[in-house]
Design a protein around this ligand. Structure first.
Ligand code: Z5A
Length: 216
C-alpha cells in the first residue's frame, strides 16, 4: 500500500495532540498530503462510539469496552485510514492498536495475545509504519491534561480513564515501554522535555525516512 502510517501513543496528557499539530505543519510545508485522525472517534460511527466509550457516567464492562474500541477501529481503518494510504497520503493517528494492548491488556488485565489477534481482525492486519511513544511520569501528564482543561474551560465528559488510579496509568506506561522494546517500528521519546525538543527529535526521525524514501 502506498502512503505512510504513523501512530502516536502514550499515557494521558503526554503531548500527542501538540506533537501531531506541529508535525502536520512541518509535513505540509514539505509538500506532503497529510491526514490527521484519532481513535476512538476517527470515523462517523466512531464519533458516536467515542461519546459512549469515554463517558464516565455510563457503566461499561471491560469486555464491552474492548469491543467498542475494536468496532471503532474496524470502521476507522476501512473508512478513513486505508483509503488515505491508497491515495499516497501520510496518516498521523492519535492512538491505534497499541493502546488496546496497553490499556485493555496491561491496564485491565485482559489476555495480550488474544488482544493482538483481535487487533489484527479489527485493523484488517494493518500496522503503523512508525509508532511514536511519548513517555513520561503519568502523574505529570494527568496534571498537564487537568491544567489544559481548566485553561480552555473544557468540561470533562470523557473522564472514564482519568478517573482511574495512578497505579493503572503506571501499568499503561510500562505496557508501552515493553511493547516498544520488542518491536523496531517504535520510537520512544522523553516527553518530559519541552514540546519543541520533542517535536525536533521526531522531526529528525521522519526527515531521515523522507530522505531514505521509506516515506514517500
Ligand atoms: N483507549 C483505550 O483504552 N483503548 C484503545 O484501544 C484506544 C484508546 C484507542 C482516549 O483518550 C482514551 O481511550 C485514552 C486511552 C483509551 N485514555 N486515556 N487516558 P483521548 O484521546 O481523549 O485522550 P488522550 O489520548 O489520553 O490524550 P489527551 O488528554 O488529549 O492528551 P495529549 O493529546 O497526549 O496531550 P496534549 O493535549 O497535546 O497536551 C496536554 C497539555 O500539555 C496541553 O496543555 C499542552 O499544551 C501541554 N503540553 C504538551 N506537550 C508538552 C510538553 N512537552 N511540555 C509541557 N507541556 C506540554
Amino acid at each position: 500500500m502506498a502512503g505512510f502510517f504513523i501512530s502516536f501513543e502514550g499515557t494521558e496528557g503526554a503531548g500527542k495532540t501538540t506533537l501531531i499539530q506541529k508535525l502536520q505543519a512541518y509535513l505540509s510545508a514539505c509538500g506532503k498530503d497529510v491526514v490527521l485522525t484519532r481513535e476512538p472517534g476517527g470515523s462517523g460511527l466512531g464519533r458516536k462510539l467515542r461519546a459512549i466509550i469515554l463517558n464516565a457516567e455510563e457503566k461499561i464492562s471491560s469486555g464491552a469496552e474492548l469491543f467498542l474500541f475494536l468496532a471503532d477501529r474496524a470502521e476507522h481503518v476501512e473508512e478513513v485510514i486505508k483509503p488515505a494510504l491508497k491515495q499516497g497520503k501520510i496518516v498521523l493517528c492519535d492512538r491505534f492498536v497499541d493502546s488496546t494492548v496497553a490499556y485493555q491488556g496491561y491496564g485491565r488485565g485482559m489476555d495480550k495475545a488474544l488482544l493482538e489477534t483481535l487487533n489484527g481482525v479489527a485493523a484488517g492486519g494493518l500496522l503503523p509504519d512508525l509508532t511514536i511513544v511519548l513517555d513520561l511520569e503519568p502523574e505529570v501528564g494527568l496534571n498537564r491534561a487537568k491544567k489544559r482543561n481548566a485553561e480552555q474551560n473544557l468540561t470533562v465528559e470523557e473522564g472514564r480513564f482519568e478517573a482511574e488510579a495512578l497505579a493503572f496509568h503506571q501499568k499503561i506506561r510500562q505496557g508501552f515501554l515493553e511493547l516498544a522494546e520488542s518491536n523496531s517500528r517504535f520510537l520512544v521519546v522523553d516527553a518530559m522535555q519541552d514540546a519543541d525538543t520533542v517535536f525536533e527529535q521526531v522531526r529528525q526521525k521522519i526527515a531521515g525516512m523522507l530522505k531514505s524514501e521509506k516515506l514517500r
